[in-house]
Design a protein around this ligand. Structure first.
Ligand SMILES: [Fe+2]
Length: 608
């Protein structure tokens, strides 16, 4: 029988993406931003779609069905309803959003057909159904409770339900404008970070602060019920009718205007971050407990942008009552492309799920483009790079030695990750034992705030020796403390320090990946999903006794993660990365000639 292909698309809101299934197996998935180099690109994912089709060797004419991750008319209805409820205050917002909606969103069907040159079936799923499907259907569980939490889709802002066999059903929803994602985004905006991408920074900043504003948030902003549902007091927000997240009343409540982006962070910003993080964790915990009570199941699957809050996820896992947790690596809207494709395959075409014990269906999230040695070499020659080709084992040994010597290494290997985290395919690596590594990587390589923590990649079998965790965390979406006996307690003098003054005090024998509160955002690495990365860490462990490396995404601040060898080479040359591993090639910074910007190389999207 001919293979059957289903293509899922998410687009026109933020973070558009495409995902392709072949007989239910995920063959490719990627975000558009990686190809266009526009972070969070929301346009029709032409490059991602083209890549997915090319990876499978098919054209749009071969597709059984195309799925879109939400229902544009329902979303338009919410926008229109909000406009009518808030006019004339909302008039400006409507004028700005209106033409876009009409052009890009309302006529999605025609647009998809034109872009794809495709006249076959197009099916739409509701936004949270897509999230829920992306959380459960590729999970390793036969049955599980499912919880989705984000900013907003059509109307829903959170939902829980149950996944069983090849079905996933939502039982209850929370609706616009009561949204945990938007509450978090309001504080992201207020503390001077970018909404939709700066939430991660707020989470990283939180441990430097005290939960001073928690009471104020509960008293004025959020009426939280025991079951995790809540009402947000719209008197303090401006996202419904205005163009900003918070208003003057909000500023008055918290004692001043929003921080101007890029100005100095103060203790107050840290306290605000800590406070909203605490509230967010409490809401997530209550929602999880409600999902457990309603389903009585031991497994929980999570998706939606808020499921990227790995501190909250870690807390859900520690507190129970769920025994196992699985989080979709592309938890944000990009993952909706995969969700809708899965939903179509299993619900619409009634196809069963095949479970492999102990494994999920994501292939380690290595679902993006890869580049063969010939193609990398041709590129390196075209830019006059100096490089050395090594066999696999010497390459791993050389890289491990560079890391052990304190060098910072760009590691470009195999298929690009799907989802916002780099998992050892497009990563910058370092030695976690070095007390200077965190500041060095932040400032010299990433050009970003010095407080931003780095994450460890650790061999799966040895995670419990280094962290208070003993389960899979393949997608870096769980936070747990560094093992108690490895922690270095603060001295009496250090305990008097506040905020960033705490940053330079080593907190454990792997200080570069130990956050200020002794926590770490852990990626467990298994040999079967990424043998090269696994063996590299193994080599590093042979040299140092430490089966952990620092893993940060291969990009600089504000840029999408690198996709092609050219992106990686440009990032390598622009920063102080010491060595670059591009497939089987090693490039040393010291051997390269002077880097000139604006070399005007044409960026190519042709893939192997
Ligand atoms: Fe969403």
């Amino acid at each position: 029988m001919k293979p059957r292909y289903v293509l899922g698309i998410s687009a026109f809101y933020h973070d558009s993406a495409a995902a392709l299934l072949c007989d239910g197996d995920i063959v490719a998935a990627a975000s558009e931003e990686r190809f266009t180099r526009r972070k969070g690109d929301a346009s029709y994912p032409a490059h991602a779609v083209a890549y997915c089709l090319r990876e499978a060797g098919v054209t749009a004419q071969d597709l059984l069905c195309v799925g879109f991750y939400d229902k544009p008319l329902l979303k338009f209805e919410r926008i229109l309803d909000t406009y009518l409820a808030t006019a004339p205050r909302g008039f400006r917002q409507f004028l700005m959003a209106g033409p876009l909606w009409i052009k890009e969103k309302l006529f999605t069907d025609r647009q998809l057909r034109d872009a794809l040159a495709y006249e076959g079936a197009i099916l739409y799923a509701e936004h949270h159904e897509s999230h829920a499907a992306s959380a459960f259907l590729p999970s390793p569980f036969e049955e599980a409770a499912v919880l989705t939490i984000d900013g907003v889709g059509e109307w829903a802002t959170a939902a829980f339900g149950v996944g069983r066999g090849n079905g996933v059903e939502l039982l209850k929803e929370l609706s616009w404008p009561d949204s945990l994602g938007l509450l978090y985004s309001a504080f992201t905006y207020y503390t001077g970070f970018k909404v939709n991408s700066g939430e991660y920074k707020v989470m990283g900043l939180a441990p430097y602060g005290e939960p001073k504003y928690v009471r104020l948030i509960y008293d004025h902003l959020i009426d939280l019920k025991e079951d995790g549902s809540f009402r947000l007091n719209q008197e303090y927000f401006d996202y419904v009718g205005g163009l900003t997240m918070t208003n003057l009343r909000f500023a008055k409540l918290f004692g001043g205007p929003p921080r101007i982006p890029e100005t100095k962070l103060t203790q107050r910003d840290m306290d605000l971050a800590r406070s909203v993080q605490d509230v967010c964790e409490e809401v997530m915990s209550r929602m999880a407990r409600t999902a457990h009570a309603a389903t009585g199941l031991d497994n929980l699957c999570l998706a939606g942008g808020v499921a990227l809050n790995c501190v909250g996820n870690g807390k859900i896992l520690r507190e129970g009552p769920f025994k196992r947790l699985w989080i979709q690596p592309a938890a944000g809207d990009a993952g909706g492309a995969l969700g809708v494709a899965e939903l179509i395959w299993h619900r619409h075409y009634k196809q069963p799920r095949t479970l492999v014990p102990g494994k999920d269906g994501m292939k380690g999230a290595y679902l993006g483009p890869s580049f063969g040695a010939d193609r990398i070499e041709a590129f390196l020659d075209s830019v006059g790079a100096v490089y050395h080709r090594l066999e696999r084992q010497p390459l791993l040994e050389t890289t491990a030695q560079l890391l052990a010597d304190g060098k910072i290494v760009g590691w470009f290997n195999g298929r690009m990750e799907f989802g916002p985290r780099a998992l050892g395919s497009r990563s910058i690596l370092g030695d976690p034992r070095s007390p200077r590594m965190q500041a060095q990587m932040n400032i010299k390589i990433k050009f970003r705030e010095g407080f931003r923590p780095f994450a460890p990649s650790v061999l799966r079998e040895r995670v419990a020796e280094w962290f208070e965790l003993n389960c899979d965390s393949p997608y870096m979406l769980l936070v747990a403390p560094v093992k108690q006996e490895r922690q270095i307690p603060l001295t009496a003098d250090q305990r008097k320090l506040w905020g960033f003054d705490l940053l330079n005090q080593p907190r454990s024998d792997i200080p570069a990946v130990t956050h200020i509160d002794y926590s770490a955002r852990i990626q467990t690495v298994s040999r079967d999903t990424n043998p090269d990365y696994y063996d590299l860490i193994q080599e590093f462990a042979k040299l140092t006794g430490c089966p952990v490396v620092v893993n940060t995404s291969f990009n600089v601040r504000g840029e999408p993660i690198v996709c092609t060898p050219q992106d990686a080479h440009t990032c390598f040359m622009r920063t102080q990365i010491d060595a670059l591993i591009l497939g089987p090639f090693v490039l040393y910074k010291a051997e390269q000639s002077q880097w000139k910007e604006n070399q005007n190389w044409k960026r190519e999207f042709q893939l192997d």
